[in-house]
Design a protein around this ligand. Sequence first.
Ligand SMILES: *Cc1c(COP(=O)(O)O)cnc(C)c1O
Length: 367
Amino acid sequence: MIPFQPILDSLKSYEAGKPIELVVREFGIKPEDVIKLGSNENPFGCAPEVVEIVCNAATKMSLYPDDSYLDLKNALAQKFEVTPDRIIPGNGSDQVLDFACRSVLTPGDSILINRITFAMYKIYALQCGANVHSTESVPHDLNAFLDLTKAVKPKIVFLCTPSNPAGDALSKNEVYEFLNQISPDTLVVIDAAYMEFGSKKDPKKFIPAKEITDLYPNVFYTGTFSKAYGLGGMRIGYGIGNSELIGNLYKMRPPFSVTNLSAFAATEALKQQKYVNDYLENNLQQMKRYEKFAADNSIEFIDSYANFITLFVRKHGKTSSEICQSLLRQGIILRDLKSYELNAIRITIGTPQQNDRVLFALNKELN
Ligand SMILES: *Cc1c(COP(=O)(O)O)cnc(C)c1O
């Protein structure tokens, strides 16, 4: 018997959103007829200029990347108005979240998360042998975070804003007030995977990476190219902090952790702001159709600042799993939130045509 470390007994691997290939295999639906709205990807894909850059760079596959990633870091540095030494790129923002956990946590330490939040914080912390504490409410409640921070003295607090999978968002003022009241020894991770969507809807929800990491050296701000920028398959994200924090996280980094094609794609994607902005606009407009559908059908939902809406379907005599399974058979992939102990479904806001089909199918399902 291989002596696996005991921590593994309490670990479950991450349950990823369903891929198109699964629907093709199980239900014989043509790939082009599958609507994938379960993983919060950009339904329009990435900008055509990004595709072109990657195609043209394909011959560079044989070469290791520039491990300084300076072109990418300079582009991010410009966007966030920080110096490049305050940025760490990662194989998805997932990887920088992992760096944060591994550079701080030792067995027996604690972390604090929201009751409903991105599943990987817990998984990375458990991998380090840490204990995981969580608040009780579905949207973030910073008073509860404050009380629990005092009670359990976590080494890391994770705030996901806008939050996945609930969609709520914290305002900059609320976050600063929280940070003013906690120990500067506590690392606070601000997971801003959906910040582009949240700040478009309400500027008060915008958390400026430079300002927050200048004012609070214990803040680590993370972002991703997987959502607004349409590069989920390229696995590229980043973290921003003060240079001392970033220097320590760098020690956890494997070499060449981002492929060169991914770095080229992300650098180009940052130049295509109009493309991203058109998508953000579509997201806001199309979100209203789901809100109206929910209101018309007395379905509860939380006002969403992200690119998805979470519908609480408990009053309709069907479980979220039954609804998701039925739509899956019709080629529509949504996210069942049963694993979060919620009778709710999370729907990524799609293109207008995709949303037509989803709303038609949901309407049939619920009425
Ligand atoms: C999607 C997501 C991420 C991770 O994205 P990567 O693809 O690893 O960059 C991180 N946090 C939240 C809340 C997410 O929804």
